[in-house]
Design a protein around this ligand. Structure first.
Ligand SMILES: [Fe+2]
Length: 214
């Protein structure tokens, strides 16, 4: 299990993220998304144990969530403003992906207040990931299980923050454990995840790039 907190300083990346934030929030203000599911049952230790006990019976994808895929969800796509804003958001996220040399964007989601993603492990999409999170007030968290089975809760920060981690499959060549994780927020939250294939060493140099101003 690999988890790193990154001190995000890179000006190019911060500029792209700021444009994404402004445009996504512009769309968010125009939709009326209220959560229906109660997060408690799906972010609990009991639920996590149940998912871990299922082992390969848990495919890797979250079973329950309250969030919207920013590029694909109907609620955003139906907005009149979407046509104008979509190309901006899309091109900025492509610029980020290119800067990172990531193979694909694994997640680009908006969580409303009380939004969440249930415990899961991404075992279906193994690889290294860079995660950018924006939080309105910092009142939210990302949690993961460390190799001792202990839950580590990482408090969100107001504005953008960055994490780098590795998600293992059930058949990891280096015997790394699948990394179980979940998230919850009481305020507006945006998450972007960029993925790197197992063989890519590039991920190792990235932290340095992200932590320097240029
Ligand atoms: Fe995940």
């Amino acid at each position: 299990m690999i988890y790193n907190k990154v001190q995000l300083k890179n000006n190019y990346v911060c500029d792209r993220l700021k444009t994404i934030e402004d445009n996504v929030l512009n769309l968010v203000d125009k939709i009326n998304y209220k959560t229906k599911l109660e997060a408690t049952d799906f972010i609990s230790e009991k639920y996590c144990k149940d998912i871990i006990d299922r082992h390969v019976g848990h495919e890797g994808i979250p079973e329950k969530e309250e969030m919207l895929d920013i590029l694909n969800s109907k609620q955003f796509r139906e907005l009149e403003e979407y046509k104008e804003i979509y190309p901006i958001i899309f091109s900025e996220s492509i610029k980020l992906q290119e800067f990172l040399s990531s193979t694909n964007q694994a997640l680009f989601a908006y969580y409303p207040p009380k939004g969440f993603i249930s415990w899961h492990n991404n075992a279906n999409a193994p690889g290294y990931n860079v995660l950018f999170t924006w939080s309105e007030t910092g009142d939210g968290w990302f949690a993961y299980k460390d190799d001792d089975g202990k839950t580590i809760k990482v408090q969100d920060e107001r504005g953008w923050s960055c994490k780098m981690m590795h998600f293992a499959s059930y058949y990891d060549k280096e015997n790394r454990n699948p990394m179980y994780h979940a998230a919850y927020t009481k305020c507006k939250r945006i998450t972007m995840a960029f993925r790197f294939e197992e063989s890519q060493n590039i991920w190792n140099d990235l932290m340095e790039d992200l932590q320097s101003e240029q």
